[in-house]
Design a protein around this ligand. Structure first.
Ligand code: NAG
Ligand code: NAG
Ligand code: NAG
Ligand code: NAG
Ligand code: NAG
Ligand code: NAG
Ligand code: NAG
Length: 677
């Protein structure tokens, strides 16, 4: 060994763990490469301090999950539509009994007796208390207190820890370990943040436009659809016939997610029905699935929420007499607190519709994240005092979600774990639809978002900023279209674009682009390749998938402004502008991919109703069928989605990152989905 090599060894030794020799039977299981500047390593954990330790066990079959999903959702699979029960999902992915036993044996041999160790009900992890000294000896690590400069909180952790080599395959992660609270950074983190006054970014945000009052149009008149979209315009655009079903299937309720304490008022619904949908009786309303204190409707008109009014008033005309259920997440105390910075969203929804998610371990995360998800019982006056609700509702066959954020703001492990859950819902036959975002290829510019003057990434704010959780390949993303002035519902629509001030305060265009975190899924490969091959966007690009949200900030160093390897967004589209609604007692127009999503999801609800009447299963994960049968959608070939100082991508023949495969053609979709088993 030359001196250089010896010096290197010495340095690496000093930098990691040399206090005790690590036996040859052990290997490094996790090691931190860098530490975010908000954290400071303080003093060594006291040998007699108590540390709550958790060992997350490796799930079986996670690597096969994608294959399982395609097995039940690819139209060419013999098992199409044969969805799994929730018990099957738990059984297939839970850690092997062998893993539980091997880890228990290791602990017993070390001197942590079996009676000190608790096994979680879903067999995903083992929990026990250890002294600081035991922790260090068990894991051949040095534990320190780390202090968070943002919150002032301290948590124990180490730079690296070791486990016996033969156990490595059974262990996902151990905490306390190398994980510190994932920092809230974007690619341009040092900047003072926008509307939140320097704090972390509050997510999710609603994707609905600020609505504005208008004069009521004449109903039944399709010649005004270029300025006001009524239920008749939507039915005409997508050839949706009146719903002839007399006895709606109660198991086929249309799910709509709401957050941020959005209240609807019955008065608004009644006004809407009276003026637009004479077939829907006065007093018709959705059911409420309140999650962790999520509030129901209000009688105070001034409290009416634009998002929930829009969602219900778009869905009812399409699905009635089918019922609607609002899944309302989180108590109003959290949701209305302007200082509240950690509603990252959707974990409590997923807990409520799948009890196993409450304790689901993956990517080093177990259950809700106490740093990112609201905590229950809520200590604040008036807060929800129960425990987090787990598995209290059966998931609906389709759920429409018009909320989201940017992938750069959401810790990698948090979003990967959540994306797996969307996959599991797909396995169980649930269609999950998300709005693709309203700021084209970027985010809103400051002060409408925390992403600086352009709403985009990189030192110059020129790099495209894809949306979350739209980057997850196991959901269906809905972009927005518009009937431009002078055009009719009998002509093809175009991608939506309304420049700032016309009529909304900020530029509005259909969220689209390519993820930096998820690579393009198999079902989308051909579509994306064709797009690049035949309609090469006129921008420099990079080709990287990152495994840490912080790394997004370093992308594009070579001048590229979008990723060529990522999952493409959106998948489909529907109208999202000039939507007629009543809100707070007033007739208004509104829009957003927020509107597009309940429209598309309502079409799926209708298709499910027809499949159920024919004795078939609900559709579940839509994308594999749609990408193999793009002719059942109206291809959108005009318009772009501006953002980041560019005109964005172009809507072209075939799939594009503006309007996806296109808008629904109800008769064609119905024929196709009734043909499938
Ligand atoms: C660890 O100790 C705490 C406090 O004494 C206790 O509440 C908790 O149940 C213990 N955990 C386990 C797994 O024994
Ligand atoms: C439909 O609206 C157009 C434009 O506002 C108007 O000219 C026409 O008379 C209306 N037709 C009916 C049948 O109300
Ligand atoms: C609808 O019902 C409410 C009572 O729930 C009533 O006050 C209102 O007048 C009714 N509206 C119509 C148009 O019948
Ligand atoms: C929000 O923070 C400000 C400043 O710290 C404080 O004055 C205010 O009471 C807080 N509001 C709520 C609802 O917690
Ligand atoms: C993340 O990616 C880097 C390089 O791209 C690689 O060296 C590292 O092993 C990856 N980490 C994990 C946990 O996959
Ligand atoms: C095409 O889209 C542009 C906006 O990008 C719009 O102004 C124009 O009217 C559209 N053309 C048609 C035929 O809809
Ligand atoms: C058995 C078990 O691990 N149950 C936990 C599942 O998650 C909920 C909510 O986080 C806990 O309250 C349970 O103790």
């Amino acid at each position: 060994m030359g001196w250089k090599a010896r010096l290197l060894l010495l340095i690496s030794c000093a930098a990691t763990i040399c206090a005790r020799a690590v036996p040859e039977t052990h290997v490094v299981h996790e090691k931190r490469n860098s530490i975010h500047s908000r954290w400071t390593k303080k003093f060594r954990v006291h040998p007699r301090a108590t540390l709550p330790m958790r060992i997350g066990l490796s799930q079986r079959n996670l690597g096969n999950a994608h294959k399982y999903l395609l097995d039940v959702s690819d139209p060419d699979s013999p098992n199409y539509g044969k969805h799994w029960t929730s018990e099957q999902v738990i059984e297939v992915f839970r850690p092997a009994t062998e893993s539980v036993e091997a880890v228990r044996e290791w602990l017993t041999e070390f001197g942590i007796s079996a009676k000190r160790v608790t096994l979680s009900e879903n067999k995903a992890w083992l929990a026990f208390n250890v002294s600081g000294q035991e922790a260090e000896r068990l894991l051949h690590a040095e534990f320190y207190e780390y202090e968070d400069s943002v919150t002032g909180g301290k948590i124990p952790g180490c730079d690296a820890y070791h486990v016996p080599k033969k156990l490595q395959k059974h262990i996902d992660y151990i905490s306390p370990g190398i994980k510190l609270l994932a920092p809230f950074t974007s690619g341009r983190s040092k900047k003072k943040r926008g509307t939140n006054g320097g704090g972390p970014v509050k997510l999710p945000k609603k994707y609905h436009r600020l609505s504005y009052p208008m004069k009521m149009p004449t109903t039944g008149n399709l010649s005004n659809c270029d300025s006001i979209i009524t239920p008749d315009c939507i039915a005409a655009l997508y050839q949706i016939p009146p719903n002839k079903i007399n006895h709606p299937n109660p198991a086929n309720t249309m799910g709509i997610y709401e957050s941020e304490a959005q209240y609807y008022t019955q008065q608004d619904l009644n006004l809407f029905f009276a003026n637009f949908t004479p077939n829907i009786p006065n007093g018709t309303h959705p059911a409420l699935a309140s999650i962790d204190g999520g509030p129901g409707p209000t009688n105070r008109l001034s409290d009416a929420g634009g998002e929930v009014s829009l969602d219900i008033q778009l869905a009812f005309p399409i699905v009635y007499p089918q019922s609607i259920t609002i899944y309302q997440e989180d108590d109003a105390v959290y949701e209305l607190n302007p200082n509240q910075t950690y509603t990252w969203g959707f974990n409590h929804l997923l807990d409520a519709v799948d009890g196993s998610y409450c304790n689901y371990s993956a990517y080093g995360e177990t259950g809700d994240d106490p740093n990112l998800d609201p905590i229950y019982p809520d200590p604040a006056p008036g807060g929800y005092k129960g425990q987090v609700q787990c598995g209290v509702y059966k998931p609906p066959n389709v759920i429409s979600i018009s909320y989201g954020g940017q992938e750069v703001h959401v810790p990698w492990a948090y979003q990967k774990r959540q994306c797996n859950e969307y996959l599991k819902l797909g396995l169980q036959g649930v269609s999950v639809l998300f709005a693709s975002g309203d700021a084209g290829v970027g985010n809103y510019p400051a002060p409408f978002s925390a992403d600086g003057p352009t709403g985009c990434l990189g030192p110059q704010g020129t790099i495209f900023n894809p949306t979350w959780p739209n980057n997850c390949p196991w959901i269906t993303n809905v972009g927005a279209t518009k009937v431009y002035p002078g055009h009719t519902v009998f002509e093809p629509e175009s991608a939506v674009y309304d420049p700032a001030g016309h009529p909304y305060a900020v530029d509005y265009s259909s969220g689209g682009g390519f993820s930096n975190i998820y690579s393009v899924p198999d079902y989308q490969k051909q579509a994306v390749q064709t797009y690049f091959g035949e309609h090469n966007p006129p921008y420099p690009y990079y080709s990287t998938i990152v495994n840490n949200t912080d790394l997004i900030g370093s992308l594009g160093a070579d001048g590229g402004i979008y990723n060529r390897l990522g999952r493409g967004i959106p998948d489909v589209a529907a109208n999202g502008d000039n939507i007629a609604l009543y809100n707070a007692g007033q007739f208004q127009l509104s829009g957003g991919t927020s509107a597009s999503t309940p429209i598309f999801a309502s079409v799926v609800n209708r298709l499910n109703e027809e499949r159920l009447s024919a004795g078939k299963s609900p559709i579940g994960f839509l994308n594999p069928v749609l990408y193999k049968n793009p002719e059942v959608l109206n291809d959108i070939t005009n318009g772009t989605n501006p953002g980041c100082g560019t005109v964005g991508f172009s809507a072209v023949k075939g799939w594009d990152p503006v309007t996806g495969l296109g808008t629904p053609n109800y008769p064609k979709m119905l024929e196709l989905f009734l043909k499938l088993p």
